[in-house]
Structure formats: C-alpha cells, structure tokens
Design a protein around this ligand. Structure first.
Ligand SMILES: N[C@@H](CCOP(=O)(O)O)C(=O)O
Length: 498
C-alpha cells in the first residue's frame, strides 16, 4: 500500500509523500495533511498481547509512512523508544478504583507528547536525507505547556535543525515553564508571549505561510516545519498506544478479543483523540471516544450542539495543555465527517477565521456518533484528584483528572454501557504540584525552593522523576518575551534574517 497525503482544503488532488508531508508540517494552502486512504490493521488482535511497543509501532506506522524503508523505520523506532523511557513498556496500563489508566508520562519530559516527540526528530532527519534536503529545518512550535518541552527534548542538538517554541507567559504551570526555560542545546530557543495559546498558534500558522519570510528563509538556507500535532509525523505515532492499551487489556484477561472498549481522552488541540479515531478506523474495537475538556469547553459544545464557537472567554486553568479555543486537528475530523469534502472543510475553516464560529449540517452531525463529550470544572477536577487519592492512594495530574471525571460522568449517564473505559493519563502530577497539593488539601513550604515538589514527594511517595530532579540544578537559559505581534520579528532575530 502506497499512501500519499493531500490537504484537507485542496480540491485539485495534489499529493505529497509521507516524508514530504513530515518535512512540510502544514500544507501550503493552510490545510492539514490527511492520508489518501486509512490502512486496516492487518494482524490478528490476539497478536497485540505479544508485540513489543516498537514492533507494534512498526506494524501500525509502516503503511502510513510507506516511503520509508523497513530498515529506516525500524531504526527510527529503535532510537526513539529506548532507555530514555523509564519503562520498556513505554505506555503501561495500570488499574485504579475500577478503571484502567493508560500511563503516557514515562518519557524524558513526563508528558504524553514524548511518545511522539522522541520519534519525530528521527522521522524528520530520515525524511530530510531521503528528499536530499539542502536547507536547515526550523521547527516552529506553539505550546500550552507540554509540547514545547517535549519537542525541544527531542530536537536538542539534532544536526541541521533549530527549534523555536512560543508559549503563553501566564498560561503554563510554573514547573512546565521551568522545564522549558532550562532547556539545553545550542539549537533551542524559547519565547514567552503576552497572550494565550491560541494567539501563539494562530501567529505560528501565519508565519508558516508568510511569503516574504519564506523567501528570506530560503535565501538564508532554512525551511520551516512543525512539531505540533498538525504534523503527521507527530499525529500518527499517537495511534500506537491505543492498540497497545487494548493488547494489555487482552493480556490481563480484562476483555475478550474483539470486545469493544471506550477511551476517555483529555483534549485540547484534538490530536490525541484524533489518533484514537484513526485507531478505530484502522479496526481497533473502540465503542466511544470520550472527548474530555476543562472549563474551555468549546469542543463539548461542538459535539453536543453542532456549533463551534470560539467567541467566549478564555480561561487559564489547572490543565493548561487543554486551554485552547481553536483546536487545530478538528479540521481533520471535519474533513472526514463531511465525506472527505475539501470545499466544505475549507469553507468552515474560513468561517472560523472570519466570524470565530461555524455550524455543521445534519449530515455531518450524524457522523459524530463515535464521540461523547463532556467537561469538568476546576472544582470537579480537584474532587477527582482527591477521590483517586482517598480511594486508591493514587495521585493523578489535573489533565488525567478531567478525563477520569468525564469517564465517571459517562458511565453514570450511560449505565447500560458496561464496557471497559481506558482513561488516557497524559502527564505526571509532578508537572502540576501546586494544584495537586491544593486538591489534596496538603500544605507546602513556599519559602523553600522546590518546597512544593518535596511536599508532593513526601505525601505521595511517587519517586522523583529525573526530569524533575534536573530542574533543581539547571540554570535558566532562555529569557525572551514578546507580544504576539512581535513573534515574526522574534523568528527573524533568532535566525539572523534582518
Ligand atoms: N496541548 C498542547 C498544545 C499543542 O498541542 P499539539 O498536540 O498540537 O502539539 C501543549 O501541551 O502544548
């Protein structure tokens, strides 16, 4: 199977190879790349019990990245999924208070983004070689907390690359910020913006398609790419852990082969849950994908009312990776539920840009039955953290708590659904110690440096991850702050394009 990629907005049938789509990141017309066919998972489901994470990743990703040779892809996977993860399972499933939690935070930056961002640099450099790329790749990334650090950890000191990360100065947790500001590597650059994640992401997309800047970039020997989930090299590696979770349930005898399960996914930019949607389309027996939002519940309203409306207050919450009102990957879902119609997709996206909202028609709405959507308030998030701690001595982070709360809500409303619901656990509680301790009504000494970390450690007994230990020693290296309108100039300055 030779899969090619087209833009969600392109009606002329132009295609690129997987390696070209990875290098490009975003399609030049502003749309997102989608495969021209979705491959079926060819192995029997029972094989999921035996395959290692790397082996499974090969079987899932090979058809998507069909212009990579077997040797190239296997090498990328072996380099990505090695001892930088603290468990050889990469994505272990654990059981708490009657539910399964898919732990995706055992990578170097203790968030789920590591699973794809340890692989993306491998794919990107291989793609550059295959396409005989002359230019140096500049990765532009917008982050609301997790992607930025994970992307820098993946790309730090990777030859022929530079990475520039923009994050909302007042919109990430203090630990997330410190993780980014202490990032080592001569090719990493971090810029705080006086705005929110949507401002950062919108500007990054504009910079991608800025023709003057692209000309200057080319003359200086650079080209842009992306480490956000708009890039297929970021998105598709996330499909693997849905299959891997299913295999672990099978191996533990919790389900029978072919039995359907639900996944509850903390959702912001819609990449993680979209990977679950692809897994379902590939044949994984998924009943519902639970789209779990925080107070920024634009997606909850979209799924329940068929109207996407970003004209609403933007809240900074305890789960900053989900503080997003423009969810990029929803465009890919619109493409599929419109019957792969690029004209309809482009017109909805144009409406979003011009008015901040759009409404889908009844035909498209009828295609949303794969999803259930709900949101958690800050209070409900706190209570869920407390519930797990009290009933199961387990400490979860606020993003996981939102997904866990939504799973409870779903089963309360749909009592008839006795299926297993796997809660996608996206970050370590050490990234959000202030909120977790306050949810548990535990005190810490704010006068002591890292008193909050030590208090979380002594109260929960969770071993200190290396990612946190190193924060206590590394100096702050990045100090740049700009207004969103200055982001283009910041890029020019970093790349010496003036
Ligand atoms: N949740 C994100 C926002 C960017 O999402 P991505 O999946 O497109 O990288 C973050 O942590 O930065």
């Amino acid at each position: 199977m030779n899969i090619l990629y087209k833009s969600t907005r392109d009606k002329n049938g132009q295609t690129v190879t997987a390696s070209q789509a990875i290098l490009q990141g975003l399609s030049p017309d502003g749309g997102l790349y989608v495969p021209d066919a979705i491959p079926k998972f060819k192995l029997p489901l029972s094989s999921l019990k035996q395959l290692s994470y790397q082996e499974l990743a090969y079987h899932i990703l090979q058809p998507f990245f069909s212009d990579f040779s077997e040797q190239e892809l296997k090498k990328c996977l072996a380099n990505a999924y090695d001892s930088t993860f603290t468990t050889p399972q990469i994505a272990p499933l654990t059981y708490h208070a009657g539910n399964a939690y898919l732990e995706l935070f055992h990578g170097p930056t203790i968030a789920f983004k590591d699973v794809a961002l340890q692989l993306l640099p491998q794919l990107m450099t291989t793609a550059a070689r295959k396409n005989k790329l002359q230019e140096e790749i500049v990765i532009l990334t917008a982050t609301s907390g997790d992607t930025g650090k994970a992307a820098m950890a993946g790309f730090a000191d990777v030859p022929n690359t530079k990475i520039i990360v923009f994050y909302p100065k007042d919109g990430v947790s203090p630990i997330q910020e410190r993780q980014m500001l202490t990032q080592q590597g001569d090719n990493t650059f971090v810029v705080g913006i006086k705005g929110n994640f949507d401002d950062a992401q919108t500007k990054v997309k504009q910079i991608f398609s800025d023709s003057d800047l692209n000309t200057a970039l080319k003359q200086a020997g650079y080209r842009f790419s992306s480490a956000n989930s708009i890039n297929i090299g970021r998105l598709f590696p996330q499909i693997v852990y849905y299959f891997y979770a299913y295999g672990q349930l099978l191996a533990a005898g919790k389900i029978k082969e072919g039995e359907t399960v639900n996944f509850s996914v903390p959702t912001g930019n819609f990449g993680n849950i979209l990977a679950g949607y692809f897994a379902k389309k590939m044949g994984l027996p998924i009943n519902k994908l639970l789209c779990a939002s925080n107070r920024n519940n634009v997606l909850t309203d979209f799924f329940n009312e068929g109207i996407y409306n970003k004209n609403r207050p933007f809240y900074v919450t305890s789960s900053p990776s989900m503080d997003i009102l423009v969810s990029s990957n929803l465009e890919r879902l619109l493409f599929y539920i419109s019957g792969e119609d690029p004209v309809k997709t482009a017109s909805l996206m144009a409406k979003l840009t011009s008015t901040g909202k759009y409404q889908i028609d009844s035909m498209m709405r009828s295609q949303l039955t794969d999803f259930y959507a709900a949101s958690a308030t800050e209070k409900q998030t706190e209570q869920e953290i407390k519930r797990l701690f009290t009933t199961d001595q387990t400490t979860i982070d606020p993003h996981t708590a939102v997904a866990s709360y939504v799973a409870q809500k779903y089963h309360h409303e749909e009592r008839i659904d006795q299926r297993q619901t796997i809660i996608v656990s996206t970050a370590s509680p050490y990234k959000f110690p202030h909120f977790v301790l306050s949810a548990l009504q535990l005190k810490y000494d704010s006068q002591k440096p890292f008193g909050v970390i030590n208090a979380l450690h002594s109260n929960t007994k969770i071993p200190l991850p290396q990612a946190i230990e190193e924060l206590m020693h590394l100096p702050l290296k990045h100090h740049c702050e700009v207004a969103p309108a200055e982001m283009k100039n910041a890029v020019k300055e970093i790349l010496n394009l003036f």
